[in-house]
Design a protein around this ligand. Structure first.
Ligand SMILES: CCCc1ccc(-c2ccc(S(=O)(=O)CCO)cc2)cc1[C@H]1C[C@H]1c1ccccn1
Length: 240
């Protein structure tokens, strides 16, 4: 297929992010600090600052029963559902429909007092990957979001401070086949979700405020998003 202008960047970053996501917490060496836990959900962060700005990398691992990786990525990628689950979103625009698996978004997020309001421009790409660990296992699905430039929406022109982010959602479906060879139902599937994000807040914001916001918002976001997918899919046929 004809390659679009972002394809080389996207292909390189997707491969890099998937490799990193698949590394367990242990592999990344020390430095990961467990900061939130709720049932099967575990959230880790590393405290890192660039030019005095908090850019704490975040890695969350969650195992959710009754949904598949394709379903999780479908509801995360598709803009028509975003206002339903993204609580900090104030406005979202699709700037470009590059292909059916690649979009460019402009989002403004609700202001977090006393920091100024933020916006972000990013490409978003959804991809199915072969499950190279378990050949006849279900495919792995991923969505990678990465900041990009938009000549029509230059950074820091209006009231919003432009943030820069890289996000990777990686989903591995697990099927526990029923003994009696019955057809697979939602009770027989679960999804292991790895969510990695690095958000550069763009302009100065108090480290204590940002860390408090991340500590509050990230667990809320992942719990709310996964509950949304469970609710949206419960009466629908499984999407593998
Ligand atoms: C100063 C930074 C403000 C701020 C800007 C942006 C974001 C943010 C943007 C995008 C994505 S996503 O995973 O690509 C899903 C698509 O929306 C996640 C987070 C988060 C925060 C902060 C508000 C906090 C937050 C943290 C976690 C989840 C949601 N919001």
């Amino acid at each position: 297929a004809l390659q679009h202008r972002l394809w080389p960047d996207i292909d390189r970053l997707v491969k890099q992010q998937v490799a990193m996501s698949r590394m367990g917490i242990g592999d990344c060496g020390t430095g990961w600090q467990l900061f939130a836990e709720d049932g099967e959900m575990k959230m880790y962060r590393r405290e890192e600052e660039i030019d005095g700005m908090v850019v704490d990398p975040l890695k969350a691992v969650h195992i959710v029963k009754g949904i598949t990786g394709h379903e999780v990525c479908h509801y995360f990628f598709n803009p028509k559902y975003r206002y339903d689950w993204e609580t900090t979103l104030e406005h979202m625009t699709v700037l470009e429909n590059i292909s059916d698996d690649t979009l460019v978004f402009l989002q403004t997020h609700k202001r977090i007092w006393p920091a100024s309001q933020r916006d972000v421009v990013f490409w978003s790409h959804i991809r199915k990957l072969p499950n190279d660990q378990d050949r006849d296992g279900p495919d792995i699905w991923t969505v990678v979001n990465n900041s990009t430039e938009s000549p029509e929406h230059p950074a820091n022109v209006g009231k919003c401070v432009r943030i820069y982010l890289t996000v990777c959602l990686l989903c591995q479906t697990r099927v526990h086949p029923p003994k009696d060879g019955a057809p697979i139902t939602r009770d027989d599937v679960s999804c292991k979700i790895t969510y990695c994000s690095v958000v550069n807040p763009g302009g100065w914001a108090p480290a204590s405020v940002l860390r408090a916001v991340y500590k509050r918002e990230y667990p809320k976001f992942l719990k709310r998003f996964t509950a949304y997918v469970i609710n949206q899919t419960k009466n629908k046929p499984l999407m593998f």
